[in-house]
Design a protein around this ligand. Structure first.
Ligand SMILES: Cc1ncc(COP(=O)(O)O)c(C=O)c1O
Length: 396
């Protein structure tokens, strides 16, 4: 959780700017806000950092997923390809858009890959939601080509990979729109918050309207603004935007620390021939939030996990996790929702109750992730290296 490791005077200052004026709302109140536009400033800096024209903040990464799908026109009955290894939010977003998630296998990039996408395309396929998992990238250049070839909209869910790039181009800038999350667990946190970024003016304008009850934000009289579309409320408040802004300015420093710390642990693991690493199409562009590695089979992986527990090494084992891998998503398999969703009216091309992902199972069952911290001291890093080394020596 690097963002939360670095709360300090900068966050306090940005919050106090807002509290001193009392304008918690991101729009209007021009006189009273004394020049403080936290959401607007954060958006401008986020867009500039990515080299795109537009950014728009939302209340969460999940609402950013909802917003991105709405803004590119994904709706009832559209099929949207997604991986079975992802945080659940983009799957929920597809369902809440009235669309149908179609799952495709992952490879050792931990993401969708070109052939797996092509294998599940049907005449109803409209889009691919590509989740760049655990801070690093999918085979994004090749996936862009597949989407072009089949006329599919590419939505990048870059919630976990802020700051990552592929061959010098920021992730999030390859598709029609991308989303970010600034929740409590992300590299840049606002407590809660999210964003979309895009180069497409129509997508941006539709998004800003949809996220604010259709308001067109023309003029300075909110009550008299025209409304072109029916929308909803995904508006971020100024306090969250203020924290996010201060945090975002620390991103280059956080990336530098993470990359340095990850390299140290990677060297330790490289000493074990049975350990292999997650495939990174451009290793230099990895944001290094996680160190992801594989063991030869599930039994050996579980042995290593036991040894990690014994030696006090923290890790994530996504195969047993309830929110990141399809295997344990019984609510999705049974399509349990609060209210009836449009998918109940369709015949999805996949039977979620019985579908199997043997290749993804094989990969995820052998995968261990260690979260990289920003503020590890040299001693802490050395101690952790020793613990990992001892645990692996014992288990392998
Ligand atoms: C890939 C991905 N997409 C979307 C989200 C949703 O973000 P939030 O928690 O801000 O709603 C997350 C959160 O972990 C995520 O990992």
């Amino acid at each position: 959780m690097p963002g939360t490791e670095l709360f300090g005077a900068e966050e306090k200052k940005e919050i106090m700017d807002v509290l001193e004026t009392g304008v918690l709302f991101r729009y209007n109140h021009d006189q009273q806000r004394n020049g403080h536009w936290k959401a607007r400033t954060f958006e401008a800096e986020l867009a500039k950092y990515h080299g795109v024209k537009y950014a728009h903040l939302t209340t969460s990464g999940t609402t950013a997923d909802n917003l991105a799908l709405a803004a590119v026109g994904i709706g009832v009955g559209d099929e949207v390809i997604i991986a079975p290894f992802t945080f659940i939010a983009p799957v929920e977003a597809i369902l809440h858009a009235g669309a149908i998630p179609v799952f495709a296998e992952i490879d050792e990039t931990l993401c969708l890959y070109p052939e797996s996408i092509e294998a599940v395309i049907t005449p109803k396929t409209k889009a691919v939601v590509l989740v760049h998992m655990c801070g690093c990238m999918a085979q994004i250049d090749k996936i862009v080509e597949v989407c072009k070839k089949h006329n599919l909209i590419l939505v990048e869910d870059t919630a976990q990979a802020l700051g990552a790039s592929f061959n010098g181009k920021m992730l999030g800038t390859f598709g029609k729109v991308a989303i970010y999350s600034f929740d409590f667990f992300k590299i840049v946190t606002a407590g809660e918050g999210g964003a979309i970024i895009t180069n497409d003016q129509d997508v941006y304008e539709t998004a800003t309207q949809h996220a604010d009850h259709g308001h067109t934000h023309v003029g300075n009289n909110r009550g008299m603004e025209p409304h072109d579309i029916i929308g909803t409320n995904y508006r971020i408040g100024e306090l969250h935007a203020a924290i996010g802004l201060a945090q975002f300015r620390k991103l280059p420093y956080m990336l530098e620390c993470q990359r340095k710390n990850k390299a140290v642990l990677e060297r330790v693991l490289s000493g074990f021939p049975k350990v292999t690493f997650r495939k990174a199409p451009d290793k230099k562009g990895d944001s290094a939030t996680f160190l992801d590695f594989f063991l030869p089979d599930e039994a050996t992986t579980r042995k290593v996990l036991k040894s990690f527990d014994k030696h006090g090494v923290g890790y994530a084992y996504w195969f047993d996790n309830n929110y990141h891998y399809f295997k344990n998503w019984n609510h999705v398999k049974n399509l349990k929702t609060a209210a009836k969703l449009p998918i109940a009216l369709f015949n999805p091309p996949q039977d979620y109750k019985t579908i199997k992902f043997p290749q993804s199972d094989n990969i995820i069952s052998r995968l261990i992730s260690i979260q990289i911290r920003v503020t590890w001291t040299e001693k802490e890093l050395m101690d952790l290296s020793t613990k990992i080394e001892n645990a692996l020596k014992e288990a392998l």
